[in-house]
Design a protein around this ligand. Sequence first.
Ligand code: ADE
Length: 326
Amino acid sequence: MLIDIVSVFPEYFSVLDLSLLGKAQSKGLVEVRAHNLRDWTHDVHHSVDDTPVGGGAGMVMKPAVWAECLDELLGLEPVDMPQVDPTAELWDEPVVGGDTTGGDTIDEGTAKGADGAAKPDDAVVSESVSEPVPLAEASESADSDTVLIFPNPSAPLFTQRDATQLSHAGHLVFGCGRYEGYDARVPRYYKARGVDVREYSIGDYVLNGGEVAVSVMLEAITRLLPGFMGNPDSIVEESYTGSNALLEHLQYTRPTTWRGISVPEVLTSGDHGKVDRYRRDQALARTADIRPDLIEKLDCTALSKADRKTLIALGWEVSGRNPRRL
Ligand code: ADE
C-alpha cells in the first residue's frame, strides 16, 4: 500500500517510522511519503491560505495549491469542471449535473442520494487552467485503487468499518487541512474527476489540523493489512470488529493477586467454556452500559440463546430485529 500525506507540517509524520508501522515500512508492506503542501506554491511567502469568500474569521486553504499537488500525486491533468456543484455532499452522487460515469470505488455499497443538479457558476475568483472537458473523458484517468481522504471535523465519523474497507485500497492520499479548512470545491472536484474521495471526522471535537486525525486513521487502517500484526487473531476478537460489534471484556495478567486485588475467580478455573461465557456476558454488560447505541445495532437473529438471556437480564427486549431497551 502506498500512502501519500500532504500537510504544511510533514515533519509531524516522522512518528510513523516508529513502532509497528515503522516495521511494516521496513518489511515493504507499506510505503509512507509525507509531502509539504508549500512545495506546490509559487509565491515568495509560500502561502497556502486566503481569507474566506463571504467574510468571516480565519483563513481557508487555497484550491489552486491543493490542486497542483493532488494532480501530481493522483496523476491527473488539470482540467476545468464547471459542472461540479460546490455544495453537493460528497456521499451523495453525483456531484455534477447530468449523467456521469464516476470511476470505480473500493466501496461497492456507496450510498446514492441527491440528484446533485449543477448550480450556476458564480465563483468570485475563477482559476481557469484549461478548456472544460467532457465528464466521461475527465473521469478516465482516475485510478480505481486510489482513495483521497480529507480529515474534517464536519464530516461523517470514521469507523472500524471504514478502516477495514480502506485497508483494501492500493493507494491512499491524505490531505491535511489547517486553519478554517480547505476550499470545499477541492474534494468535490476530484470526486467529479472519478476519484474515490472521502471526508472523515475522528470524533466530535475540533483539532488544530488534520495531522493527528490522519495518524489515527492510518494506524487503524494499516494494522489490518495482512502480515502487519504478529498475531492476526488479536484483530479478530477486538471491539468494533465484526457484524455484532461489542466493547471488549476486561483483560488481566499475572500475578492473579496484585496489591490485594484478585482477578475474577472464573478466569483461573481452567474451564474454557465458563471463561468464554463470562467474557461474553461482560462484553454485553459493558457495551449496554457504556455504548447502548451498539447494542441497538445488534442483529437479534445472530445472537445465541445465552446472549439473549443476558440481554434480557440487563433490561433489553430481544424479540425484534434489534434489541430495544425496556
Ligand atoms: N480536523 C480538526 N478536527 C478534526 C476532527 N475531529 N476529525 C478530523 N479532522 C479534524
